[in-house]
Design a protein around this ligand. Structure first.
Ligand SMILES: [Zn+2]
Length: 425
């Protein structure tokens, strides 16, 4: 059997038996580009209230439904005539409905699903709207029909959490909490004020909060207060990357200060200036055999020779450099004993590094946890980069909820508020 109806249904991938296609043509409006029209009737075979087939036909409602198309330059419209009927048995009136399109809606559900799947990719909403011949508002409505919640319910929390913040809407800092093991997002909050965090985590049951064993964070004092207030069994871990970052930053400022004591153009100045990256590398990673000529200091030196001669310019710099290298080693070996010795070191180091070490002493337990346990906020770094990419593609978000939903969709966790919700939107 092959009729026009069957053929159009085959081409458009429509399976509803109540839709009967009758005609197709191009429509060229006076303004705007031409589009394809498929004409169809949506029949109502029985009364939806009592199931009776004894019905009186009472005209049609003409609707134009936007459908998906392979060629975005010629949009496809299904002109659907929905039957209106009156039941002879229960005398109720009804109109034919189909899963092709929602009541009161002129965009087909197929289009909405396609928009939803496009939203999971790194694309701007304008580009998605253009491809599907809809307005940006429609794309935003489809986005809004998805849940922005990352987890449902307040009776479970994973054992390992990671806290951080990222810059988002209006350049404000948002709080983000990840599962330390699976790297899934637990929650993103609009701001990182202490009272909001306390309020949010306070909603979880005591059992859920007692389940948390470790929380990884940077040296932000009130995050620690939150952990102490909310998670009775949790250990605080200072992120190892953050510790290294604080120390390398202080070594770097000391290097610059030392460099400025020498005149420009001197050998010491050049040795401390251009190869600055080498001072922050692990000593074992430096090139020790093959010298290379450098026109800055007009000599052939290996990387090791550069660093040794550079730090030799100043005792304090020498001490600070060795302290950082010892710190790297202790961190690699998870050696808390030598870590403690380094932190309580009596050597003369730069002022900034001294301050950093004081901070470490103040949070000694959490810092040592960072060395002995392998949890870190490295996962958050990757995640923050992804968020930046999402924001860059959209030229920034002004709506925090939309940003959240988009992050969640691109995380590939399509979970609608309720499965029928998209069909109502
Ligand atoms: Zn009826």
């Amino acid at each position: 059997m092959s009729s026009l109806n069957d053929y159009i249904k085959f081409v458009l991938d429509i399976e509803d038996n109540n839709i009967i296609f009758k005609d197709y043509f191009y429509k060229i409006p006076e303004a705007g580009s031409k589009y394809k029209v498929y004409e169809a009737e949506l029949i109502q075979p029985a009364c939806p209230f009592c199931g009776s087939v004894d019905i009186i036909h009472n005209g049609h409602l003409k609707t134009n439904i936007r459908y998906i198309t392979a060629n975005a330059s010629t949009p496809v419209v299904i002109r659907l005539f929905k039957q209106r009927v009156k039941c002879r048995d229960c005398s109720k009136r009804s109109m034919a409905q189909s899963s092709l399109v929602n009541k009161y809606c002129s965009i087909s559900n197929t289009s909405k699903l396609k928009i939803l799947s496009a939203l999971t990719e790194d694309r701007s909403m304008t580009s998605i709207a253009r491809e599907h011949n809809t307005s940006v508002n429609t794309v935003q409505r489809v986005l809004a029909s998805c849940s922005h919640r990352f987890i449902d319910g307040y009776d479970y929390l994973p054992e390992h959490l990671a806290f951080d913040e990222f810059k988002g809407v209006d350049r404000k800092l948002h709080f983000i909490c990840l599962n330390g093991e699976t790297h899934e997002v637990i929650q993103i909050l609009r701001n990182r004020f202490k009272k909001n965090l306390l309020k949010y985590f306070g909603r979880f049951t005591l059992k859920a909060r007692a389940n948390v064993k470790t929380v990884t964070m940077d040296l932000n004092f009130y995050y620690q207060d939150i952990v102490r207030a909310c998670f009775p069994n949790a250990q605080i871990i200072i992120d190892r990357f953050h510790m290294v970052q604080m120390l390398t930053r202080s070594l770097n400022s000391l290097r610059v200060a030392t460099m400025k004591k020498f005149d420009k153009g001197t050998r010491e100045y050049s040795l401390l200036k251009s190869p600055w990256k080498l001072y922050l590398k692990k000593f074992d990673d430096l090139e020790k055999i093959h010298p290379r000529y450098n026109w800055h200091y007009k000599d052939s030196l290996t990387q090791e020779q550069i660093v040794m001669e550079g730090i030799g310019c100043n005792d304090v710099l020498d001490n600070s450099y060795n302290l950082l290298q010892d710190f790297f080693t202790a961190l690699d070996k998870h050696d808390t004993k030598s870590m403690k010795e380094i932190i309580y070191s009596k050597e003369r180091v730069g002022a900034l590094m001294h301050k950093t070490l004081l901070t470490f002493r103040h949070n000694l337990k959490a810092v040592l946890n960072g060395a002995s346990l392998s949890y870190s906020n490295g996962c958050l770094e990757g995640f923050n980069r992804k968020i930046k990419q999402i924001e860059r593609t959209a030229y920034g978000y002004s709506n925090f909820i939309n940003l959240l939903t988009r992050i969640r969709l691109e995380e590939n966790k399509i979970k609608e508020k309720g499965s029928s919700n998209l069909l109502i939107a």
